[in-house]
Design a protein. Sequence first.
Lengths: 329, 329
Amino acid sequence: MVTLADPLALQDIEPYLTAVDDLFARELSSDLDHVQKLTTHVERFRGKMLRPVLVFLSGLAARKNAQPLGTTHVTIATVVEMVHVATLIHDDVLDNAEIRRRGATVNHLHGNETAVLLGDLLISHAYHLCSGLDSQIASRAIGRTTNIVCEGELTQNFNRGNWALTEATYYDIIYRKTASLIETSCRLGAWASDADAATIEALGTYGREVGMAFQIVDDLLDIAGRQKTVGKSLGTDIEKGKLTLPMIHFLATAAPSHRQLLISLLESETSDRIDNVRQLLIPSASMRYARNQAQQRIDQAIAAISILAESKIRQTLINMAHFVTAREL
Amino acid sequence: MVTLADPLALQDIEPYLTAVDDLFARELSSDLDHVQKLTTHVERFRGKMLRPVLVFLSGLAARKNAQPLGTTHVTIATVVEMVHVATLIHDDVLDNAEIRRRGATVNHLHGNETAVLLGDLLISHAYHLCSGLDSQIASRAIGRTTNIVCEGELTQNFNRGNWALTEATYYDIIYRKTASLIETSCRLGAWASDADAATIEALGTYGREVGMAFQIVDDLLDIAGRQKTVGKSLGTDIEKGKLTLPMIHFLATAAPSHRQLLISLLESETSDRIDNVRQLLIPSASMRYARNQAQQRIDQAIAAISILAESKIRQTLINMAHFVTAREL
């Protein structure tokens, strides 16, 4: 659960998060032992539950009366969490990652083949669960979003080792692969509360900008974080030749000799290449630049929800946005 | 398209198959060049279009008047084809296969990472397309079916190298991974024609049994086929330690010394292990046994649709069923 954010309205959504836990397990339950074991292992990957939290907070922020949220919100929250976990499992395959949430990844424990299939199983269950709702609107939005997520991942993969990657393409990639699902979480949370278009739009913008900031910070952590604190394999962007914002900024602004040094380090095959890249980047102004960009996104996220009435819920959304850039290295 | 079957009613569905081609390409079209190139390459994997053909034939067999089929049928046919192609792409990753429909597989051409993501993109588009239908019924059925398909693939993967695999578990695996989607194609084709429950059930049984026979024959081809005729990488079941019906039957019925020989060949690491296994199995009675099992499934498929009125469509379904076991080695 979210631990660092001010718990203002978070205790209000605890029962909903428990309902997500239950529905997640129920939807994935299988009479095949070996499948049940895998899906049980997967539950430990669910950490902060950022997306479900945002579904519920958006639902509460958008509702027109004090009625509790309904089963539609719980279903949507479980669906977005399931989609998210599916992408984590496939990401770990693509990154050859060994650690996720302080535990072994599925690929590390059971091989790439099982991990590919388990990711497929989760995405299938996500759509299956979503198709149980009365209307097709959420299914359509989820399908559209996962299209975008896959295109983002393909674009990122396509640009591995492309040292000329622009900031614009980087933002396009992280919008698609990360921010789009967070945006959809907020939108659908508001939609399920029968919100008007302006409210849905405001919360969607909030989710998108929070998502952008979240990914920029995640990419900073991949360079500067300590694996013990962050709890997952780090340095994978460097390892896989995926340029992130600090590297793009460094390549665009550093002196030619420094620029050349970074490229040759990124291209080197030595075992200490990750450490060498880190040592070059961490003291550079490019890290600060990226952190500032993340902060600007947070400011935009908060500005977007200024049209909502002042409330405990809105304050919690603001606190959550700040929390994103305050994540520990 | 289906070439060997008697073309009785197949010319009637040609326009619908063209509509599937168009919708397939339209749904997958992307403004990202590298994505568009990949999805265009994928179109060449679409060969016989067995599942779309069965959607349309079931739709025609089940309709209550001579009205042409509607866009719902075309959408469903495109969705099941897209699901099928997605599973092919991920299967090829799991099998390290290099050849598919006489061309290079995605993993062989672009690496496992791109192939995993492209499979994800296709399955996402399948659900997205399906969620555009008026009702959730088809989405729900597709989601339920892909859950089953993934469980089948996981079970198959889990049982690699399990020389004690039973015939019952083998049938469960091939029902899940292959027959379930073909069954759903027939059911949804009939459902979209407003068929009554008995007709949906009959066509569903037809699809299931045809699907079972299809996979048994596919597994026979993996042992006895010539790569040039079949057009895809063969011997992968032996390579990956996946027992199929002839091997299971051989292990259950052959003399102990032959049984031990097969296991030691399957477990050997030599480059000629595939050829050695083939030479042991091909002349054995176990190949005939498997072919007979496939034939019995075909007989059951044909029996199931005897409740339908006699018609050109029904005859085409019968011919198609026979065609499955007549596939060339």
